[in-house]
Write a protein that binds this ligand. Structure first.
Ligand code: HEC
Ligand code: HEC
Length: 214
């Protein structure tokens, strides 16, 4: 399958895979990197005390329960400018590899209630899109990659409990923010045709649905 091929053949995947294979067990036992607690505190000033996300001037995404490999890859993507965001570039480019792993593992273990936020009346249409896709426009079911419970897997993110307005903004701006270095294709390429294939109303519906999942 194309999805698997991109994820498994990418150099980045290989590098991350190798790194997590050797550190996966070490993460829990090793002493946290210096300044770890202060760094977590810093992240939570924007992402919420339990990593539940924050709805302010613009939506700040939930990190709680996020897949560690996805999170590490996004932090590297901000640093390398494969993914554009000026705030997160400043935050991420100073983080050491040990800190990236420790932070990703820390937020993965948190499980606060979702903030939700999408209109409840859209959730059932959103569920249909999530579980069945949109056959008229060849959009595959989100569940095939993100999982039946939207928990994600590896470099595929958890969507469960993600802020609906954040999801809407990411899907609407996919091309302008992700995969910005043509010579360094990454997992964002898998989502590009999917984000494109959804109408604004379908995006709102699927975002409302995933925002309620625990
Ligand atoms: C000043 C506010 C601020 C701080 C501090 C901050 N972030 Fe962020 N973060 C954001 C915003 C805003 C976004 C959304 C970027 C976008 O829309 O693409 C974001 C996005 C992210 C994402 C991408 C999430 C996803 O679902 O793709 C990760 C991962 C992340 N931040 C991790 C961290 C970590 C780890 C720290 C602490 C070291 C941190 N952030 C500190 C504001 C902040
Ligand atoms: C072929 C596999 C695949 C399918 C099907 C798929 N996704 Fe994704 N999705 C991914 C991957 C891989 C990423 C991570 C992209 C990256 O690294 O930038 C992602 C990322 C996302 C993000 C960004 C999350 C964040 O925290 O920033 C959203 C939102 C999303 N997908 C929504 C959907 C929706 C809605 C559907 C169904 C209509 C869907 N996806 C179907 C593979 C898939």
């Amino acid at each position: 399958m194309k999805a698997k091929a991109i994820l498994q053949s990418g150099k980045l995947f290989a590098a991350l895979g190798a790194a997590s294979a050797t550190t996966a067990h070490a993460d829990d036992k090793q002493a946290p990197p210096r300044e770890f607690a202060a760094k977590v505190h810093y992240c939570t000033t924007c992402h919420g005390v339990s990593g539940q996300g924050f709805r302010g001037f613009y939506p700040i995404p939930r990190l709680a329960g996020q897949q560690p490999d996805y999170m590490k890859n996004q932090l590297l993507a901000f640093t390398q400018k494969r993914r554009t965001n000026t705030i997160m570039f400043s935050v991420a480019h100073v983080l050491s590899p040990e800190m990236l792993s420790a932070l990703s593992s820390h937020f993965n273990k948190l499980d606060p209630k979702p903030l939700g936020g999408g209109p409840a009346r859209l959730a059932s249409e959103g569920k249909t899109i999530f579980t069945q896709g949109v056959s008229a426009t060849n959009v595959p079911a989100c569940a095939t990659c993100h999982g039946d419970t939207a928990a994600g897997n590896g470099e595929i993110p958890r969507l469960a409990g993600q802020l609906s307005d954040y999801v809407v903004a990411k899907l609407a701006n996919w091309d302008k923010e992700r995969g910005q270095i043509a010579s360094q294709p990454d997992a964002s390429a898998l989502m590009e045709p999917i984000a494109h294939g959804l109408t604004p109303d379908q995006i709102k519906a699927v975002a409302a649905y995933v925002s309620t999942l625990e």
